[in-house]
Every structure is written in structure tokens, then in C-alpha cells.
Design a binder for this molecule. Sequence first.
Ligand code: PLP
Length: 285
Amino acid sequence: MSRVAYVNGRYLPHTGASVHIEDRGFQFADGVYEVCAVRDGRLIDEHPHLRRLHRSLHELKMDWPVGEPALRHIMRETVRRNRVTNGLVYVQISRGVAQRDHGFPAPGTKPTLVVTARAIAVEKYDQWAKKGVAVITLPEARWARCDIKSTGLLANVLAKQQAREKGAFEAWFVDRDGFVTEGSSTNAWIVDAKGVLRTRPLSNQILPGVTRGEILPLCRQLGIEFDERPFTVEEARNGREAFLTAASIGVMPITAVDESKIGSGAPGPVAIALGETYWSSRSDG
Ligand code: PLP
């Protein structure tokens, strides 16, 4: 079955789906995006993802390409047309097509909207989660507005590639003071040596991960002590557990940071409990 993409009002086979060469997304990465997981055909955490999309658009002074109800319909329809039961749906919005010039195009320029969906093999993620994954650390190399889910992801792309070349799942960015900001496409967490769950507080230095935002109330529910406080690489190495969160993976235990074993070298109880509770609470409704 050929995959189908929504592009500016039309559902097209991928082979025929394209945007203009002067699209500002292509020319300048002048755009934003969102990614929602699909499980059993349902969109997971759709509302917080759309809230964040709204904020990203607002921060970049971009218009919604269609109303929110229409976008929700398009996301569902793209999932349906691609027969995705478990997978991801992507929404990409750029500032539209205009003759190349750094300044914004004329008011009224229509934003470009692309929606795609694809299946993922969730069993593969489950297998990784059972074993735990490795991360490497790299100096922070991104811009000053990591809180915006912009399609400008070059530093993230280079970091992920370095991780892959080292056989790791993810790269953690580390700020000038030695504190971990987040992963190239995930938020970063540890259970420190005292047993306190730590993750960096929200600021312009990290993406306000939707999964991160959904995990915090689960910690309260499960009685897990947490502190939104930055942690160093050293604290991670000496901690009891570490894990990543993202819409695509839920909670992914980390068993090594820069080849140092974390805790026992196996996924820890906090990561496992949060991972299970996260997915089971999503399927409740
Ligand atoms: N941090 C970055 C840089 C990301 O790109 C992502 C997801 O794409 C996340 C964190 C996790 O965010 P979410 O939980 O909303 O998927």
C-alpha cells in the first residue's frame, strides 16, 4: 500500500507529494512541527501536543494553516488512510512560500501544512526498553529557543548521528556548567544517588516535552519523590537510574552514559513503573 500524505488541502501518494522549492521550511527551516504517538489507532496526548503547537506558532508569529478542529480531523484522516494502528503522526507547518528573503513574507502568505503518518514496530521499542539503552554526552550546540518545536534541528541531527555512530540510542546535550539539558529528541531524567527523580525545569533551554509533562503527575500518583532540578553528567553516572521520555518511545530506561554503567546496568524500578503506568493510563481513555 502506498503511503499517503496531506499537503495543503490534498491527500496525495508520497511519490507525488511535495512542497515548493521556495517554501520557507526548505529555505530557512522557518517552521514548526508536532509528533503524536498512535496506539491502537488512537492519538496519544493529542490535546497537549496541539497546545504546544499553538505556543510554537505563537512564539514564531506564525498563523494556524487551518483551524484546530480541521487539523485534528486531518491528523485522524491521515492515520486512517495510512492504516496506522501503532505509529506516529507528524504535523509540519512552515511560514509558506515566498521569494527568498530572510524577513517575513507579505501578510496573508499562506502557511504550508503537511501531515504524514507511519507505522512503527512497537515491539522493537519494547525490546529496547527491556534491556535499556546507552547515551553519549555532547556539548550543547543548539540555539537559545529550544522551547520552540522548530523544524530547525541541525544540531539535533548531528548529535543523533554521533550517538548512532557510537552504538548509542541517544545523545544528551550538556550546558557550559556541566548540566544535562536534554537529548537530541528526548527529555532526560535520572534517579539520583539519594533516590530522588530529577529532570531539568522548563526554560528556553529544553523542549517542554509532552511526555515529560504527563509523567510528572504520574510520579505524584505513584508516590515517587521528584525534583525539577538540573543534574550533571557526574550525578547521572553516580545515580541509581536514568531514562528518556518522548512521545515516540514513552519511557526508555538508560543503562549506560558515555559507557559508564548506570545503577545495576539494568532498567531501574522507577523507569519501569513510570513506563508501564504511562502507557496504561493512555489506554484508559
Ligand atoms: N526534546 C526534544 C529536543 C525533542 O525533539 C523531543 C521530541 O521530539 C522531546 C524532548 C520529547 O518531547 P515529547 O515528549 O513531546 O515527544
